[in-house]
Every structure is written in C-alpha cells, then in structure tokens.
Design a protein around this ligand. Structure first.
Ligand SMILES: Nc1ncnc2c1ncn2[C@@H]1O[C@H](COP(=O)(O)OP(=O)(O)OP(=O)(O)O)[C@@H](O)[C@H]1O
Ligand SMILES: [Mg+2]
Length: 466
C-alpha cells in the first residue's frame, strides 16, 4: 500500500475516530476500517446515532460494493457491542440489490469450504476479525424465483396495485400518462376504480375501491360504459394486453407484504432485483421507498405527539405507541450502482422517490447509502444531500470533481503520497483497492478528510466476477 501523509492531525485526540453525528452521541456506530495514513493505528467508526446520507464512490473494482457490504454487516450485527458495530437504536436496513450480489452476506466466512470462501476468510483473519452472527434475510419479488439456482430460505415480496402512483403506472406501461390516449386511459381507469366508481355494462353502479388490484382494473376496462364510449377499441385492447400480463404476476396477486414484515429491527433485508425487468424494477423501488417514507412520517408524528403533547391521556398514548409499533422501524436504504435507477439521463420514478426520501427522510429516522462508479451521472439532487462521502479510487476528472464537491470535511492543508507532494484529486487517483477517503459534514471533531483502509468483510462478498 502507498504511504499517505496528510496534515493537520485529523481528529481532536489520539483514540479511535468516531465521526458522523453532529452531537457526537456515539450511541450507534459501525466500524468502517482504520486510518491508512502514516502514524499510529486508529480505528474509524461511522457514528449513525443520527440519520445519514452516505455516498460510496469509486471507479470499477475499487471496492465500493465491498464497502457497502461492510456497512450492511454492521447494521445487521444486532443489539449491543461487537467488534464491527455498537447498536442501541432499533433500525432495519433494506438493500435494493439490483445486481444480486448482496445475498452472500448471509454466508459467514469459514476456514474450510469452497476456495473463494476460504480466501476471503483468510483476509478477514489477517485483520484480526472473526465471523459473528448477522441477521440478514433475502427476499425476491414473488414470481421471480428460480428454484434451480436460488439460495434456500428466500422470502417472497408482494405489492398491491393500489400502492402504485399515477407516475408508476406510466412507467410500468411505458406510456406518457398525460400526453397520449393509452396513458389517459390508464389514468381514467384508476380514477374510476379507486376514486369515483363507475357505471358498469349492466347499468349497475360500481363503488370505488381504494385497495384495488389488477383484476379490478381489468373489469373496469371491459365493463365501464364511459371508457367504452371515450376510447378506441385498439387503445383499450393494447392496455388490456399488458394489464393481463401484470395481473398474472404473483408479485401483484396477494394482499401485499406488510412493510413491518419486510423490515425488522436490527435486521438487514436484501431484496434481489436483478431479474426484474427495468420498468418494473423502477416502479418497485419507487413504491417501496415511498411507503417507507410514508410509514415513518406517521410514526414520527405519533412519536412527537407522545413526546410533546400533554393533552394526551394514557389511552391515547397507548394507541399512539401501538401505531408506532405497527410501522417500520428507523431504516437504512442501501443501493449499489445507484446511477442505474437514479441517473440523470432518463426520467425514473425510482429516482424521484429516492430524491424525496433523501431530502425528507432524515426527519423521520431514515438513512440512505448509495454507491456508484459514476458520480457525475448520479442525480445532483441526490449528491447535494450527501453528508458522508467514502471515495475510493477515481481517475476520471469529472467524477473526481463531483466527488470532491461531496466532501464536506475541511480538506487537508498538505497531502503527500509516497513522499511526493500531492493534492486531493491526485490522491484519489492513487488510492489502492479497499482504500478510500472519508469525509463527513456531521463530524465537528474531524478536522479534515482522512484516508482509511476499509475493514475486511466477515461474511461473503459476492461482488467478484464469476
Ligand atoms: N476493504 C477491502 N478489503 C479487502 N479486499 C477488498 C476490499 N475492498 C475491495 N476488495 C477487493 O476488491 C475487489 C473489488 O471490490 P468491489 O467488488 O467492492 O469493487 P467495486 O468498486 O464494487 O467494483 P464494480 O464497479 O466493478 O462493481 C473485491 O472482490 C475484493 O477482492
Ligand atoms: Mg460493485
């Protein structure tokens, strides 16, 4: 590894660096790694007592997925202290795994077994770490399982058609909802089914049903007198065809998975999304992200009433507590290759939902971690929310410029790499695999960005080529 020498001293005193909370509460923290600069060895922890927006940036193969994996392990390490995390606040983590590489976090590294597993075990052992129990569940959207290759014990996710918003429908059917007849037809059908009700072919009034499913939409398409009068048969036929395909998907068949079943305290949920077609993937991510935000907004309001409203009697308090318990806990959302669903290039309902989540989520106990190899392609509204930036090697000047903008710690007054004077952009070019700069806007005692070696994983890393 290269020798990195940075000035001034990074931390207020000599011990471990625990950065990430403006009040430095250290109630919840994850081991990120250790300082990779010349000088005494110091561990680097991310203080997650408050909520976070973290960006993990770096070129291909620099160690981003691995770093994200280390964060996931920490979040799944359970209540109490362990070598990789100290956790007191119940939180869940949802990994939106668009590459299907994080399910391997369920597999503890071991000294015996397949060679790749043993190789990873040895790297972990050399760093003085050991496997420990992690609470990680793997989920798949229902209907996308493949019993020939899937790991055992996968849980199946269902969502309700009624959880989708009008833009999701546009995205799902790949139509412009307001600009073309097929889009307007979908909007009308949904409004008729969910909000206004409609007159059926027999002349009977069908009452609105806000908890509708795909079959309700199909019935409306066939029976609604207004729809029949206002749209051409070929427009109706084309939407019916696609609608029938979606109606047959097990993903939309059931009553919908409760968020509190998907997301549990001190547990990480890996949702495998690689097999899901892109249009559906975006809609799924958008719908889940919005639901988490909505549930947490309600839970947070209820909590504030309990905390502040002296007009409440004991029974009302109990009711509010019950409501909070039925909602998702504080949650971390994590996504690798974030430019795919949240890139600047094309409109994406997922991107819009993530931007809203990043902007509003912190108030409701929601954190976000995004990794990308192309920071310049990520929506700038997301980049502007980043407080903690873990930046691996970057060689492209545009990407390095965007990464530098996301560094909220003071920059070092001097940098040298292997004895050569340098500066931050050049430093980014000289970072080895698994080494990254760490900076954080919520760290009053962190006097400058520092260089860290990310700790080895204690569960299997699935991000290599196979
Ligand atoms: N902190 C680390 N400790 C030990 N090995 C690491 C570390 N970080 C990365 N590696 C090694 O580097 C390899 C590549 O890392 P990783 O898969 O995280 O890259 P990436 O940045 O996600 O690349 P890509 O853009 O191709 O997805 C890993 O398979 C692992 O062998
Ligand atoms: Mg990767």
């Amino acid at each position: 590894m290269a020798t990195y020498k940075l000035e001034p001293t990074p931390w207020r005193d000599r011990g471990d660096i625990v950065a990430g909370d403006p009040a430095e509460r250290e109630r919840d923290k994850l081991l990120v790694g250790h300082l990779a600069e010349s000088g005494p060895r110091r561990n680097l922890w991310l203080d997650i007592t408050g909520e976070q927006v973290v960006a993990v940036l770096g070129k291909r193969g620099s160690g981003k997925s691995y770093t994200l994996g280390a964060i996931i392990e920490g979040l799944a390490a359970g209540l109490g202290d362990s070598p990789i995390a100290s956790l007191t606040t119940p939180r869940s983590a949802l990994v939106l795994d668009i590459m299907d590489i994080f399910w391997t976090s369920q597999i503890a590294l071991a000294s015996e077994g397949p060679p790749e597993l043993v190789k990873q075990y040895e790297i972990m052992q050399r760093a003085g770490l050991n496997p420990q129990p992690l609470d990680i569940e793997v989920w798949l959207p229902s209907g996308f399982e493949n019993s020939d290759i899937d790991p055992p014990g996968i849980h199946l996710l269902e969502i309700r058609a009624s959880d989708l918003e009008i833009d999701d429908w546009g995205s799902l059917f790949e139509v412009d909802i307001f600009g073309e007849p097929r889009g307007m037809l979908i909007a009308d059908v949904i409004t008729h089914v969910a909000v206004t009700g409609y007159i059926g072919a027999s002349g009977a009034q069908v009452v609105p049903n806000p908890n509708f499913d795909f079959n309700d939409l199909l019935t409306c398409l066939d029976d609604d007198v207004d729809i029949g009068a206002n749209y051409r048969p070929d427009t109706i036929r084309s939407i019916r065809q696609r609608m029938t395909t979606y109606a047959a998907l097990p993903l939309f068949a059931g009553a919908g998975t409760r968020l509190s079943d998907l997301l549990r305290p001190f547990q990480a949920t890996v949702l495998m999304l690689a097999r899901v077609p892109d249009a559906l993937k975006k809609v799924l991510v958008a719908a889940l992200t919005r639901r988490i935000l909505r549930e947490r907004r309600d839970a947070s309001l209820a909590q504030k009433r309990i905390d502040l409203d002296s007009r409440l009697d004991e029974q009302q308090r109990d009711q509010l507590r019950e409501l909070i318990n039925s909602k998702v806990p504080r949650t971390w959302l994590l996504m690798d290759e974030a430019h795919v669903l949240a890139g600047v290039d094309e409109p994406s309902v997922a991107r819009e939902a993530l931007v809203k989540y990043a902007k509003e989520g912190r108030n409701y106990g929601l954190s976000l971690a995004l990794a990308t190899q192309q920071p310049s392609a990520l929506d700038p509204r997301l980049m502007s929310q980043v407080e903690t930036a873990i930046v691996h090697q970057l060689t492209d000047p545009r990407d390095a410029g965007v990464a530098k903008n996301a560094m909220r710690s003071p920059l070092p007054s001097s940098v040298s790499v292997d004895g050569e004077n340098s500066e931050v952009t050049a430093l980014l070019r000289r970072l080895g695999q698994g080494v990254a700069t760490f900076s954080c806007g919520n760290a009053p005692s962190l006097q400058r960005l520092c260089v860290a070696a990310i700790r080895p994983r204690i569960s299997a890393h699935g991000g290599y080529e196979a």
